[in-house]
Design a protein around this ligand. Structure first.
Ligand code: 5GP
Ligand code: ZN
Length: 136
């Protein structure tokens, strides 16, 4: 369902114009207004879900199917050398628009972007403690 005060709901349903790369009943794929690289796109579900936690399982599965389709198309048309999928949940994780979206970021050799983290150096014991915390 559409949320009237949500900008991505309004874009997804076509009320606000966007540079649309693909559209079907469930999704709209648009170019990001502040692209990390040429072709940076966002997959928007048309039904509002704030984040991955709220996204119905079936939609989550369909998002990944569409991401694959778009990835192949972008590789074919943009001749990019790689692709990052980025999906932020919550302000702490960098989410600025509270409507689920999956970033498709084509990567080009020497593009100067850096979508990375500083790796930690946990011991086997620390890893085991985390494994237990999550699984038990
Ligand atoms: P987040 O940080 O929430 O994962 O990503 C939000 C993304 O949406 C940003 O990359 C930003 O550039 C993009 N964005 C924000 N507002 C608009 C808009 O009105 N139109 C489009 N096409 N992109 C937007
Ligand atoms: Zn929304």
């Amino acid at each position: 369902m559409k949320k009237d005060d949500c900008i991505f709901c309004r874009i997804a349903c076509g009320e606000i114009p966007s540079k649309t790369l693909y559209e079907d009943e469930q999704f709209r794929v648009i170019l990001d207004l502040g692209p990390a690289t040429k072709g940076h796109a966002l997959i928007l579900p048309k039904d509002h879900a704030a984040n991955l936690y709220e996204l119905p399982e079936e939609t989550a599965a369909a998002v990944m199917k569409l991401a694959k389709k778009m990835a192949l198309k972008m590789r074919d048309k943009l001749h990019c050398d790689g692709l990052n999928l980025v999906q932020n949940n919550g302000e702490t994780a960098g989410q600025t628009v509270p409507h689920f979206h999956l970033h498709l970021i084509p990567r080009y050799k020497g593009d100067g972007q850096n979508i990375n983290w500083v790796p930690g150096k946990p011991s086997q014991e620390e890893l085991e403690a985390v494994r237990k915390e999550i699984t038990e």
